[in-house]
Ligand binder design. Structure first.
Ligand code: TYD
Length: 203
């Protein structure tokens, strides 16, 4: 009988816009490959339909619910992949709603948590929070020519960054990765956290 593959691990990468988390998610996936681990990178917002609705949404409560609905769908996909034995690296997950909707927009964090608890019971095995001063991430966004929408609001990013800091102090398998250095150094820091967590050894 064919041996069933062990369930994969779930890593969330979080942080304010311009912290380089999306690039780091892909770097981490190729790093894991070196250990014989197949990792899939996914991203929120996940559903193209919900993303479209979010783009034209002017109501914060509705947006908060849309992010949660998106997460409910996304979680089903992540569960499937984990069951198949893949490791999943998600570019944003529940902590994004806590940081942006509660921290950034000032919504009641307990309400945001409740909505998200209804949307999904899935929890990352490890959350890497990429963190750098908002002035540094704003500069990166400018270089990438991506300053529109959410990214533009410097204060929002600052408040979201503070909330990420609070979440890291709460624990729950969250690690802050100092993202103020260059890509390679930041990548090495992220890899260290993953190696430490699972004691990875080359095959
Ligand atoms: P982001 O991953 O930064 O998109 P991109 O890589 O295309 O720049 O996410 C887009 C924005 O959505 C970002 O500013 C954070 C915001 N966001 C929330 O406010 N709440 C959420 O739950 C999620 C997932 C994202």
């Amino acid at each position: 009988m064919e041996k069933r593959k062990a369930r994969g691990k779930f890593i969330a990468v979080e942080g304010c816009d311009g912290t380089g988390k999306s690039t780091q998610a892909f770097l981490l996936a190729s790093f894991l490959k070196g250990f014989g681990i197949e990792a899939k990178v996914t991203k929120e917002p996940y559903s193209p339909e919900i993303l479209k609705a979010l783009e034209s949404c002017g109501c914060r409560k509705e947006s908060c619910l849309l992010f949660a609905a998106d997460r409910a769908l996304h979680s089903q996909k992540i569960e499937e992949l984990l069951e198949e034995g893949f490791w999943v690296i998600s570019d944003r997950f529940t902590d994004s709603s806590l940081a942006y909707q509660a921290g950034g927009w000032g919504m009641d964090i307990r309400e945001v948590e409740k909505i998200n608890a209804f949307a999904t019971s899935l929890k990352p095995d490890l959350t890497l929070i990429f963190s750098c001063p908002p002035s540094a991430s704003a500069k990166r966004m400018k270089i990438r020519g991506k300053e529109s929408g959410f990214d533009k609001d410097f204060l929002l990013q600052k408040r979201a960054g503070c909330l990420y800091g609070l979440l890291a102090r709460r624990g729950g398998e969250r690690k802050i990765v100092d993202a103020s250095a260059d890509l390679r150094k930041v990548g090495a820091r992220a890899r260290e956290e993953v190696k430490r967590k699972w004691g990875l050894k080359k095959k």
